[in-house]
Write a protein that binds this ligand. Structure first.
Ligand code: OSB
Ligand code: MG
Length: 369
C-alpha cells in the first residue's frame, strides 16, 4: 500500500462526568484523530491519546501535532508499506514521542487490515470473540458516593473495579470498598503518587486482597518498584514506567512488576504492544489493556489488541456510554454483562460516525504526497 493522503482532525469532546486522578480533574477531552488513505481510496483511522497538558506523560496534543506535521507524516507520505510492522523502522530516526508515532501506526494497521479483508484483531493474531471489561473510577472525595458509584458498575456487570488512590485517600477508602464488596475483583491505581517512604502505608493494603496496585511509585522508576515489591504482597502492575519491550524486559528481570498494563499509545503502537504481549506470555506475566479516556476510534484499537491470548485480566475498555453522550463511531462500543463482543467488520470493526465527528472537530489539517 502507498500512503497517499493523511488528514488530522483536532477534536474536542466533553466527558459525561469529570475524571479525577492523583494529578487533577479532567472533563474536556482534547485529542487528535488521524486518517490515512491509500492509492485505492481505502482509509484507516488512528487516535492520539495524548492529553492537553503533560500530567500523565511528557507528550501533549500540541507536541503530537508538531511531531506528526514536522517529522512523522513526512516519513510515511508517498511511501510503499508492505506491512504495518515496517512503520516503526520508518520512525527509527525519531526518539520517543510514542503517542504521536502510535497515531500514524494505528491508522496504518486499520488500513492494512481493511485492504486484506480482515478484522484488526485477526491481523494482530487475536482470536477471542469477546473480551472481559473492567472499569476505572476516578477519585470521589465523598466515600459514600464512591461506594454507590462502584455499586452501579458492579451491578452493570463490570468484571473488575479499579479505583484511583492518592496519599490521604487510600487505605480507609479501600477498606470501605472491601467491606461493601467482599468478592469483587478490586485494584488501585496511584498514578505515581507515592515514594518508598510510604512502604508502611502501602503494606496496609495487603489485607484487602487487591488484584494489583498500579504504578504506586515514580513514573520513570523501575528500581524502587522492585524494592517495594519485596516488601508488599499485593502484585505491582506498571503503567507509566513501561514504554517498550526493553523496559518490559528490564522491569520483569528486576522484579519490579508482576503484571503489565499495556497502552498502545504509551508503547508507540500496536507492533510494540504485541511484542510486549508475547514477551510477557513467555515469562508468565499476565497483561491487560489500559485506557486513556479515548474516543471510540482508540477504544476499537484497544479491543482488537485485547483479543490476544495473554490479555488474561479485564482491561479499562469500558463502553462508549461510560464516557460520551455521543461517540464518534457506529455502532458505539457496548458492554453487556461485563463483556464486549469483538466486532466482525474489517479493520477496527466500527465505522467512523462522520456526522458526530464533524460536530467535535475543531480543525482539520490535510497532507498529500
Ligand atoms: O492511569 O490508567 C491510567 C485515564 C487517563 C490517564 C491514565 C489512566 C486513566 C485511567 C482511565 O485509569 C482509563 C479509561 O477509562 O480509559
Ligand atoms: Mg494507570
Amino acid at each position: 500500500m502507498i500512503i497517499k493522503e493523511i488528514t488530522i482532525r483536532k477534536m474536542k469532546m466533553t466527558m459525561k462526568n469529570p475524571f479525577t486522578t492523583s494529578f487533577g480533574t479532567l472533563q474536556e477531552r482534547d485529542f487528535l484523530l488521524l486518517e490515512v488513505m491509500d492509492e485505492d481510496g481505502n482509509t484507516g483511522w488512528g487516535e492520539s491519546v495524548a492529553f492537553r497538558s503533560p500530567w500523565y506523560s511528557e507528550e501533549t496534543l500540541e507536541t503530537n501535532l508538531h511531531m506528526l506535521k514536522d517529522f512523522l507524516i513526512p516519513l510515511v507520505i508517498g511511501k510503499e508499506i508492505g506491512h504495518p510492522d515496517e512503520v516503526s523502522s520508518l520512525f527509527a530516526s525519531i526518539r520517543k514521542n510514542n503517542m504521536a508515532k502510535s497515531t500514524v501506526e494505528g491508522a496504518i494497521w486499520d488500513l492494512y487490515a481493511k485492504r486484506n479483508k480482515m478484522t484488526l484483531a485477526h491481523a494482530l493474531g487475536g482470536q477471542a470473540e469477546k473480551i472481559e471489561v473492567g472499569i476505572s473510577i476516578g477519585i470521589h472525595e465523598n466515600t459514600a458516593e464512591l461506594v454507590e458509584t462502584v455499586r452501579g458498575f458492579v451491578e452493570e456487570g463490570y468484571k473488575r473495579i479499579k479505583v484511583k488512590i492518592k496519599p490521604g485517600y487510600d487505605v480507609e477508602v479501600i477498606r470501605e470498598l472491601r467491606k461493601n464488596f467482599p468478592d469483587v475483583p478490586l485494584m488501585a491505581d496511584a498514578n505515581s503518587a507515592y515514594t518508598l517512604e510510604d512502604v508502611q502505608l502501602l503494606k496496609q493494603l495487603d489485607e484487602f486482597n487487591l488484584t494489583m496496585i498500579e504504578q504506586p511509585l515514580a513514573s520513570d522508576d523501575i528500581i524502587d518498584h522492585a524494592a517495594l515489591q519485596k516488601q508488599i504482597e499485593t502484585p505491582i502492575c506498571l503503567d507509566e514506567s513501561i514504554h517498550s519491550l526493553e523496559d518490559t524486559r528490564k522491569a520483569i528481570e528486576l522484579g519490579s512488576t508482576k503484571i503489565i498494563n499495556i497502552k498502545i499509545g504509551r508503547v508507540g503502537g500496536l507492533t510494540e504492544a504485541k511484542k510486549i504481549h508475547d514477551y510477557c506470555m513467555t515469562h508468565g506475566i499476565p497483561v491487560w489493556c489500559g485506557g486513556m479516556l479515548e474516543s471510540g476510534i482508540g477504544r476499537a484499537h484497544n479491543i482488537a489488541l485485547t483479543t490476544l491470548p495473554n490479555f488474561i485480566l479485564p482491561g479499562d475498555t469500558a463502553g462508549s456510554s461510560r464516557y460520551w453522550e455521543e461517540d464518534v463511531i457506529t455502532p458505539e462500543v457496548v458492554v453487556e454483562d461485563g463483556y464486549i463482543t469483538v466486532p466482525s467488520a474489517y479493520g477496527i470493526g466500527y465505522e467512523p460516525n462522520l456526522e458526530a465527528m464533524d460536530k467535535f472537530t475543531v480543525e482539520e489539517l490535510n497532507y498529500k504526497e
